[in-house]
Design a protein around this ligand. Structure first.
Ligand code: ACO
Length: 428
């Protein structure tokens, strides 16, 4: 009869240990009993970059990387992208269930009525250099917001937590739009509460002299779908950072500034920016084979390809490709699309990429859409960070309410010098 245990024989001692298996997982702490000598520390597992370590139990997002499946709270990403909107998905991710009409109306009302930022925050943002990277402005302003809402430090009060969540979801599009207007040398546009979440964001980005800004419905919907696709992605680098910082009971603004900083890197959310720069550098479809050769010679990475979890087509990239067609109907085709399609065609046929299961990820096509919508490249990571807010916050709440969680503190294998005596400078 099968038993839910794992039997480990330590060949150093000949001793056998029986370790419980739950959810196809063993608890690393159960390895600690494995010792050669009684006063040993005990066995640990070594897993740099957490490639095979579950750091939490979660009920928010499910990914099957081999099959290319992504679900929020059980709902397939394809259905949410087609039938829902970002604010509804945000509610779902945070509370676990789709809202009733009444719940949705209240949620939308609360978010819409927290979109303004304190005027001092506006002044603070104006103090950045004229050419400051919008993501640098975004991260710094997010951290500074903790000083405006000091009650946010009371992370054990569920109502205070909820209030900060409302503020963050509502105000970050405003901060993001201000960072964009700053980089263009344009006056900041204040929120318009009559518009949808993404409609208002487009207004704060684009509005000039018109009395009432009317967002293009296709672009408004496309942005909303892109926001849905980016809302959460379980324990990625940014979210893991949010949980690690939050585990020391920091306020959510400061923890999120750290999560956004992790997202900024070109191997993570900064990849959409890096993809565009790569496509511009390639410049022409005829240069694609030469570029691929460089990737295979390990001179370059093919940005927007590969994923730690997906070893199949990223389902988000598939949806984004469809959205791209709708956007290009309005904006005209982005000439870089032809280069991207050719890169994808060659890569999907080439042994180097096939053997390593390298497929386009979410960032491969998102930048092409954003550029067609006339966003400057430097805004791309910011456009990723806005919708990821809800993922970070839902995972933060889950971590705080999980009685198994404690302050995050990994172990190390020390391989440095043994004890030695200090040598005075004159004798070195
Ligand atoms: N181009 C060329 N080769 C690649 C690429 C790539 N984009 N990605 C992985 N590989 C190769 C690696 O060199 C490695 O080859 P090897 O086994 O012969 O040494 C193999 O594929 C496995 O790659 P790892 O780096 O071990 O995979 P890991 O899970 O650590 O990295 C990552 C995942 C960081 C996403 C990686 O694929 C990458 O750098 N991609 C480009 C950046 C990118 O698009 N990031 C966005 C990810 S999606 C997101 O964060 C929103």
């Amino acid at each position: 009869m099968s038993k839910d245990t794992l039997t480990i024989t330590d060949n150093r001692t000949g001793r056998t240990y029986e370790i419980p298996v739950e959810h196809d997982t063993i608890q690393a702490m159960h390895l600690r009993q494995i010792k050669v000598n009684e006063d040993d520390f005990g066995m640990m597992s070594y897993d740099p970059a957490f490639k095979n370590t579950a750091s939490t139990k979660s009920t928010i997002t499910y990914i099957d990387g081999d099959k290319g499946i992504l679900r929020y709270r059980g709902y397939p990403i394809e259905q949410l992208a087609e039938k829902s909107n970002y604010l509804e998905v945000a509610y779902l991710i945070l509370y676990g269930e789709l809202p009733t009409k009444e719940q949705y109306d209240e949620w939308e009302h609360v978010i819409v009525h927290h979109t303004f930022v304190h005027e001092n925050i506006t002044q603070l943002m104006k103090a950045f250099r004229h050419d400051a990277h919008p993501m640098g402005m975004f991260i710094a302003t997010l951290a500074a917001m903790s000083t405006y809402y000091p009650e946010g430090r009371n992370i054990s009060d569920p109502w205070i937590r909820t209030k900060q969540i409302h503020r963050l979801i509502a105000k970050l599009p405003t901060v993001a739009a201000f960072s964009y207007r700053h980089s263009r040398g344009l006056p900041y546009v204040y929120p318009d509460n009559d518009l949808s979440y993404t409609g208002n964001f487009l207004s704060m980005l684009d509005k000039m002299t018109e009395v009432k800004y009317k967002p293009d419905p296709v672009l408004e919907r496309a942005l909303d779908v892109l926001f849905i696709l980016h809302a959460d992605h379980e324990q990625n680098c940014g979210t893991a950072t949010m949980r690690v910082i939050g585990s020391s009971h920091t306020d959510p603004y400061t923890a999120m500034a750290g999560a956004a900083a992790a997202l900024y890197g070109p191997l993570h959310g900064g990849a959409n920016e890096a993809v565009l720069r790569m496509l511009m550098e390639i410049g022409d479809v005829k240069n694609v084979p030469e570029f691929i050769k460089g990737v295979k010679n390990r001179e370059r990475l093919l940005m927007g390809f590969g994923h730690r979890v997906y070893k199949n087509y990223d389902p988000r990239a598939r949806i984004i490709k469809q959205v791209a067609d709708e956007v290009f109907e309005v904006t005209g085709k982005n000439p870089l699309l032809a280069i991207a399609l050719e890169l994808e065609r060659i890569a999907l046929e080439d042994d180097f990429f096939v053997q390593r299961n390298l497929y386009p990820n979410v960032d491969f096509y998102s930048g092409i859409i954003y550029q067609a919508m006339r966003f400057p490249i430097a805004m791309f990571p910011v456009l990723f960070a806005i919708p990821r807010t809800i993922g970070w916050l839902a995972q933060w709440v889950e971590m705080l309410e999980d009685s198994e969680q404690k302050i995050a503190r990994p172990r190390q294998i020390y391989l440095g010098e043994g004890e030695r005596d200090f040598v005075p400078m004159a004798d070195r």
